[in-house]
Design a protein around this ligand. Sequence first.
Ligand code: PMP
Length: 388
Amino acid sequence: MIAFGNSKKSDSDSNKDNKSLSDGVINLDQGDPTMFEEYWMKMKDRCTVVIPAWDLMSYFSDTKNVCWFLEPELEKAIKALHGAIGNAATEERYIVVGTGSSQLCQAALFALSSLSEVKPVSIVAAVPYYSTYVEEASYLQSKLYKWEGDARTFDKEGPYIEMVTSPNNPDGTMREPVVNRKEGGKVIHDFAYYWPHYTPITRREDQDLMLFTFSKITGHAGSRIGWALVKDIDVAKKMVQYLTVNSIGVSKESQIRATKILNELTKTCRTQSESFFEYGYEKMNSRWERLREVVDSGDAFTIPNHPQAFCNFFGKTISSAPAFAWLGLKAERDLGSLLKENKVLTRGGDRCGCAKKYVRVSMLSRDDDYDVFLHRLATIKDLKCIEP
Ligand code: PMP
């Protein structure tokens, strides 16, 4: 990335000294993707959307579409972007838009389980898993499905749904289903992070039910737009039924804004000086290099090694630069509490089905917060300070 001048040592020099001295709490628990604001500020009015008061008033977008609340222009923009990046097939499948992919995940659980003859359907994911799946599968206490935890140790008879997140939240690994029974199983592939600024694009995914989110591509989490690419029309219809009962569709204002921004990504993705993906990759990679420097300079912490791979989009071999760091302690101690004492909030490994010596750290915060995080990590990396 050229135009934005990322430097390896510091994402942002402004405010850095003040912030590193500050004793404020840094919240890296949620994966709030504010780090991309800088890019969009530089884009100025390119993606500004103006909507007159008389426009977009109807509930309906296209009554002929299975997903009748999907704006046709958004559908085109989604297909064009996947085509340009090469990360997923969009042919011969239905696109279901949702209020974030969180809503679509619940719609998919409803669809797949209500189409199953035997209920409740077991829901599993291999540890460490995205902690929100536990809540999504449990909080309504549905009779349709039941959270059963780790997919690797799952041995219950009957139908099941496996959540496969690739690259994985929280540890950035590339994943395949692990249950792999001959029958009775359905898979929801969550590809929230299968974009070139996070991971090499090694193949065009062609799964039955794939989830994507606008939040983690561009950072526009506040627009609450996600989409599902669904092969089976009955599953797509059931998902639409869920969304109809749940929210009677999805905000058209958000869809129009997402359309504008996704089209801009597609238009500029091959122009090195403007490409969001070039920018995003440089920025993520620089953050990871700095984190590794801090971890490697002591003997207290562990982070996974993400193998390099040839990225079909960039046309070269690159490292992964995941949206979360799965930080561990070599000592047997609660790392979340240790970091909290040092005013850094993270998500404890226990919420992801693992030991408390691991935490999930968001890599997507604003520059200032990330700088303060590294500074605090460097001050506690000395083993003597962290012995029980
Ligand atoms: N799936 C994964 C793996 C995620 O990390 C997230 C966001 N944290 C989501 C789904 C949900 O994203 P959203 O609802 O913002 O589209």
